[in-house]
Ligand binder design. Structure first.
Ligand SMILES: C[S@@+](CC[C@H](N)C(=O)[O-])C[C@H]1O[C@@H](n2cnc3c(N)ncnc32)[C@H](O)[C@@H]1O
Length: 227
């Protein structure tokens, strides 16, 4: 990213969640976050009072200003169709200055997807240990979604609580994403990010080989993308 564009002083984080990553981003740039969930925005504001947060949809948001970088960190997988993906890319485009950088990581790409794969990992902090078990299942392989089902084992002072969650995620090939980015006015490439062993030391056996990371530069003077 550093080689591709001018210094990044402002970041727009689309799907900013509870602001966990903004806690790091804000050490390097002024952060603005957008999330569809008011509860998430409330948590993010508490964690990062110096950042600006808005409740909004990453497909339709219009802040009427531009940023040096737009980041969809761990949130683009909530976009379930290619037509919504085009809207999300157009939103990133209209909030970037010329040669600004759009960065996001896919949870999983279609090439790597394995039917009914289950992964797990554990995290331990003082007084609490959480084990996440995630099952990925694609009931309709012809569409662009899969079903992600989570079981959380939460141990606090030896007491176990079990929570579950289920939601749909988008599933796309790297080629489809690169084509859509190109059509949306970006010069894009994909880097297969492989986390180091230290990042995976608590993970279970069904590890992914890589996470597809996309770095897309807004082409200069292309004009506004119309969807
Ligand atoms: C896994 S969390 C991402 C966490 C965050 N990006 C971070 O770095 O910690 C995904 C977030 O995307 C948000 N989200 C899902 N669909 C969205 C949409 N259409 N527009 C904006 N936010 C959305 C969810 O509310 C959730 O907070």
């Amino acid at each position: 990213m550093k080689r591709s564009c001018a210094p990044i002083k402002t970041i727009l984080h689309l799907g900013s969640g509870a602001g966990r990553n903004d806690y790091v981003f804000k050490k390097h740039a002024r952060v603005t976050g957008v999330d569809i969930s008011p509860a998430m925005v409330k948590l993010a504001k508490k964690l990062n009072p110096e950042a600006a947060y808005h409740i909004g949809d990453m497909r339709t948001i219009r802040l009427e200003k531009t940023f040096d970088a737009v980041v969809d960190w761990d949130s683009i997988n909530h976009i379930l169709t290619t037509s919504d993906l085009k809207k999300a890319f157009a939103a990133a485009y209209r909030h970037l200055r010329d040669r600004g950088v759009f960065f996001f990581l896919l949870e999983i790409d279609k090439e790597q997807f394995q039917q009914n794969a289950t992964k797990y990992f554990s995290n331990k902090e003082i007084g609490i240990e959480v084990t996440f078990i995630e099952n990925m299942h694609d009931p309709y392989p012809r569409d662009t979604t899969y079903e992600s089902t989570f079981v959380y084992l939460i141990r606090r002072k030896g007491r176990l609580a079990i929570e579950t969650d289920r939601f749909l995620c988008g599933l796309y090939s790297i080629k489809t994403i690169l084509q859509l980015l190109g059509k949306s006015g970006f010069q894009a490439r994909c880097v297969k990010y492989k986390p180091g062993p230290e990042a995976l030391e608590n993970d279970g056996p069904a590890r992914q080989k890589y996470y597809p990371a996309f770095i897309a530069i807004k082409k200069k003077g292309r004009g506004r993308t119309v969807i």
